[in-house]
Design a protein around this ligand. Structure first.
Ligand SMILES: Cc1cc2nc3c(=O)[nH]c(=O)nc-3n(C[C@H](O)[C@H](O)[C@H](O)COP(=O)(O)OP(=O)(O)OC[C@H]3O[C@@H](n4cnc5c(N)ncnc54)[C@H](O)[C@@H]3O)c2cc1C
Length: 447
């Protein structure tokens, strides 16, 4: 693969990481990104201000020597802090060990660190303000519009990596080829971000080491801490229908709604109505596609091939993991790019499909179940079972968040574990039930 020429489309999280890995394999990598260079001080606007990084993402960052730099800027979140409507707070740990945590990081800072690292690689050339307008799949040619000089150029390479996000221009070309499977679906809910500023005099206005959730049945709000003491809140709410984003159009309506539904948040956001009415509503899409390669010429990574909704906090983690797996597949198939791309696509895509299902299911769990005693009881039981048999029972959340067990395998293992637990419980309970029936029969006959 040495001296292979790559065009990477997109310098988001996956594209910038992949360009480093390709350069370290000896590739000549040209990255085209439609946004401006964040190293010049411009903030890379994105889908969310901050995001949660966990084991898979940190493992990938470690491969390129960035783990510690990112951890130094991260705020650990050790569990969920549930905010009941009445104001009560309940903490639910995420993990089974004291050290288990997920990490809130600034998306802009993370992306900037990756782009800086890519820029330090001798084999990487970065072109910002360059939009991919079209792709010729068979000749690996990308047509780009360079907005800085108002020029359209053709970039020819040996292979293209499509890392241009959920609405990928590279994938949209692949969608027009024979037997390419593609599925896109939107949630009926959208999201809006709001900021809780740092407390007066500095510091956090709420517990910093938790992901805060206000579960309200059909909808919810969450908040992740930022290093400057602020929190970024995300309100997930239906676009239309009874009780939805459309319903709040005036400051009075906003204050009445938040005062009734999220009363403890109102005092923490002094300019609540202004923020609410000024901030955009964004949509939540799931994308599934297959195959992720076009022979040896094109391969996809990240949201370009599998966008998932954010409720398992895994989209970026999975995108980073793709890069590590593609890098490994290429090392395992020296001199056979088509074989490497096909193996990566075939082995990885069932697992990101499983993640897409998990992410949608977790939305219901977060907005509804987290508030219930049953949910808390189940989580406690999972922790007890894990402590009793750490090698045999690992909660699904732990496998997804704190290990690299492939997503689909984690789902299957979790199902197997619960089947065994239910069987054991039945075996333990059966003699007791028989004895109870025996006593009842004896008593009835004796009467
Ligand atoms: C609200 C929200 C919260 C989230 N929270 C989390 C979380 O807590 N944890 C987590 O792991 N994941 C989270 N995610 C998911 C995560 O954001 C994505 O999975 C991740 O950003 C995917 O990275 P990517 O590089 O594949 O795509 P992107 O980050 O979308 O990057 C794509 C890049 O390609 C560029 N581009 C696009 N089109 C073109 C073009 N035609 N030409 C040139 N460049 C182009 C874009 O400008 C961008 O820089 C969240 C997502 C959302 C929406």
């Amino acid at each position: 693969m040495k001296d292979t020429r790559y065009t990477v489309v997109g310098a988001g999280l996956a594209g910038s990481l992949m360009s480093i890995l390709l350069a370290r394999q000896g590739g000549q990598v040209r990255v085209v990104e439609r946004r401006s260079d964040p190293r010049s001080g411009l903030e890379m606007a994105g889908k969310s201000i901050n995001l949660a990084i966990s084991h898979r993402g940190l493992h990938a960052l470690e491969q390129v020597g960035l783990r510690q730099e990112i951890m130094d800027q991260a705020t650990p979140m050790r569990g969920r802090m549930i905010h009941a409507t009445g104001g009560a707070l309940i903490f639910q740990p995420y993990g089974t060990r004291a050290g288990h945590a997920i990490y809130s990081v600034s998306r802009g800072a993370l992306n900037r660190a990756l782009i800086q690292a890519a820029g330090r690689e001798p084999g990487v050339h970065l072109d910002f303000d360059c939009v991919c307008r079209d792709v010729d799949l068979d000749s690996a040619t990308v047509t780009v519009q360079d907005r800085s000089v108002q020029e359209v150029r053709q970039l020819q390479a040996d292979a293209i990596v499509g890392a241009d996000g959920a609405f990928s221009a590279v994938r949209s070309r692949m969608q027009r080829t024979d037997r390419f499977d593609y599925q896109q679906s939107y949630l009926t809910h959208g999201y809006k971000e709001l900021t809780i500023p740092a407390a007066t005099g500095g510091g956090f206005a709420m517990e910093p080491h938790a992901l805060h959730i206000w579960p309200r049945g059909r909808f919810m709000m969450i908040a992740l801490p930022n290093q400057d003491g602020s929190f970024t809140c995300t309100l997930f709410w239906p676009f239309t229908g009874d009780g939805c984003f459309d319903a709040l159009t005036t400051s009075v309506q906003v204050m009445e709604f938040f005062g009734r539904v999220f009363p403890d948040a109102v005092s923490l956001i002094p300019d609540l109505a202004e923020q609410y009415l000024g901030h955009s509503i964004n949509s939540l899409v799931t994308v599934r596609s297959r195959p992720w390669n076009h022979g040896e010429r094109v391969v996809l990574v990240g949201d370009a091939c599998h966008a998932v909704v954010p409720f398992y906090g895994q989209g970026a983690n999975a995108s980073f993991e793709d890069c590590v797996l593609l890098d490994r597949a290429m090392r395992d198939h020296p001199g056979d790019r088509a074989g490497a791309f096909s193996a990566y696509s075939a082995e990885r895509s069932p697992h990101t499909d499983a993640l897409a299902d998990l992410a949608i299911a977790n939305f219901v769990e977060m907005r509804d179940a987290t508030a219930s005693r049953f949910f808390r009881g189940r989580k406690r039981l999972e922790r007890v079972l894990h402590r009793l048999a750490p090698g045999l029972f690992i909660p699904l959340y732990s496998m997804v968040t704190f290990t690299s067990v492939p997503y689909g395998e984690a789902v299957r293992q979790a199902r197997r574990q619960w089947r065994v637990v239910i069987l054991l419980m039945a075996l333990v309970c059966l003699p007791a039930l028989m004895a109870l029936i025996g006593i009842l029969v004896f008593l009835v006959r004796g009467m």
